[in-house]
Ligand binder design. Structure first.
Ligand code: NAG
Length: 265
């Protein structure tokens, strides 16, 4: 994706309200029931069962392209909403991810930009296609967490925030064009090869995690949208491979209360 910084905010209590400018993720809200093999993080929420957080994607620009302005507004709304954390939907560092855990971009595009007090919370990240153009392991490195304890980044994982489970999905390896038409870019597929088995294992993990989730709300977070009216269009690979898993799970609990929704702003 090559859009500018996306920002959205979400308030979850008994029902879920989204106010948003732009975002790339799929929202799945359902009732069902623990976890498979995806690594799991827990984030406590406020007494009273409400949760506020911000979602941002396509951001790392050394403050340019209005990144600093968006960061400033995030600081203000983050304070107003008293957010618990920030979710990043990937393309964390333009144009080509990080070169190493010591890449100054981490400081220039993250640490020095999101300085507002309200943003000094955990940042739960996934990777975008631009991140795959760099050294992917750099973004996953514990060194970044030592530099800035807000940073949480894995290829895929589950975040359990009491009333909601977030499923972070690594969508870049699904998309054919990065393999067939890489152009002048090189992608770091080192840990996702062979591609077929990486994808199969990932889908199975998501499937298992969804089935075992007890949370009232379930939100799937990824860089690429499944459906969108945006200029990148639908992601066909996800319609074919990821969507059936979400629908299968939805069908499995058809007799219970359910809601399923895919959103792109
Ligand atoms: C920053 O935002 C302003 C106002 O929306 C816009 O006119 C300008 O083109 C943006 N700058 C960049 C570099 O995108």
């Amino acid at each position: 994706m090559a859009v500018l910084s996306n920002l959205s905010m979400a308030t979850i209590s008994s029902c879920l309200t989204f106010y948003s400018l732009s975002i790339i993720f799929l929202l799945t809200c359902l009732v069902s029931s623990s976890f498979g093999e995806l690594q799991r993080f827990e984030h406590p929420i406020k007494e009273g069962g409400s949760l506020n957080f911000l979602v941002v994607g396509d951001w790392g620009r050394k403050g340019l392209y209005n990144q600093s302005h968006v960061a400033h507004q995030m600081g203000k709304i983050g304070e107003k909403l008293d957010i618990e954390f920030v979710i990043s939907t990937g393309d964390n560092f333009y144009d080509n991810g990080l070169t190493s855990p010591n890449d100054p971009l981490f400081e220039e595009s993250f640490m020095n930009i999101y300085t507002a007090p309200s943003l000094q919370k955990k940042w739960y990240n996934v990777l975008g296609n631009h991140d795959y153009r760099g050294n992917v392991e750099a973004q996953l490195s514990p060194i970044l967490q030592q530099l800035d304890s807000r940073w949480v980044c894995l290829r895929s994982y589950v975040l359990d925030a009491d009333i909601v489970d977030f499923f972070f999905v690594d969508t870049t390896p699904f998309v054919d064009k990065y393999f067939t038409e890489p152009g002048e870019h090189t992608y770091d597929w080192s840990a996702t090869s062979p591609r077929k088995s990486y994808i199969a294992k990932h889908l199975q993990e998501v499937q298992t995690a969804l089935k075992e989730s007890n949370a009232k709300w379930k939100i799937v977070v990824a860089h690429h949208p499944i459906r969108t009216a945006g200029h990148h269009r639908d992601t066909e690979e996800l319609i074919e491979q990821l969507l059936p898993i979400l629908e299968e799970w939805e069908n499995g609990i058809r007799n219970k209360w359910r809601r399923f929704k895919s959103v792109e702003w």
